[in-house]
Unconditional design. Structure first.
Length: 144
């Protein structure tokens, strides 16, 4: 947006979701939480490795030493709280979070990882996992 004021031009800059410029200062960009499953498709029973990663953004205090809440999509949940030193300027964030979960039954599962700090949600990510039932083959039958 541009205004002309008697020979002077004033420019307003608007930014969303990244760096916002208001009075010439910058607001730090928040990291984005990404969640991946390996494997994403498997036969039961299976153990899936889930990996969360904070991508990009600044090392903001609100993301320092978060509590992790895993919703496995199968009716079970788990939580993990870290014991960390107090935040100090220049402290680096932990950017990788991982866990394993076993699925014994076929189904489509939506796994959700929630990062919390001071009883407040700071980031959420989800990933779909498909678990298929094992079908007996002719070679399986010969094993009995």
């Amino acid at each position: 947006m541009r205004w002309h004021l008697g020979g002077w031009a004033a420019v307003a800059v608007f930014a969303f979701g990244g760096v916002a410029l208001a009075d010439g200062g910058a607001k730090a960009k928040r990291p984005r939480l990404d969640l991946r499953a390996s494997p994403k498709v498997a036969f039961s029973p299976v153990e899936i490795l889930l990996t969360g990663q904070l991508k990009g953004g600044a090392d903001l205090e609100e993301f320092y030493c978060p509590g992790l809440e895993w919703d496995w999509g199968d009716g079970t949940r788990s939580a993990h709280e870290s014991d960390c030193a107090p935040f100090e300027s220049g402290a680096e964030l932990e950017r990788f979070f991982s866990a394993r979960h076993a699925y014994r039954s076929p189904g489509a599962y939506n796994v959700r990882l929630t990062l919390r700090r001071a009883n407040r949600t700071v980031a959420v990510a989800t990933v779909a996992v498909a678990v298929h039932g094992h079908t007996a083959s002719a070679s399986d039958a010969s094993d009995y």
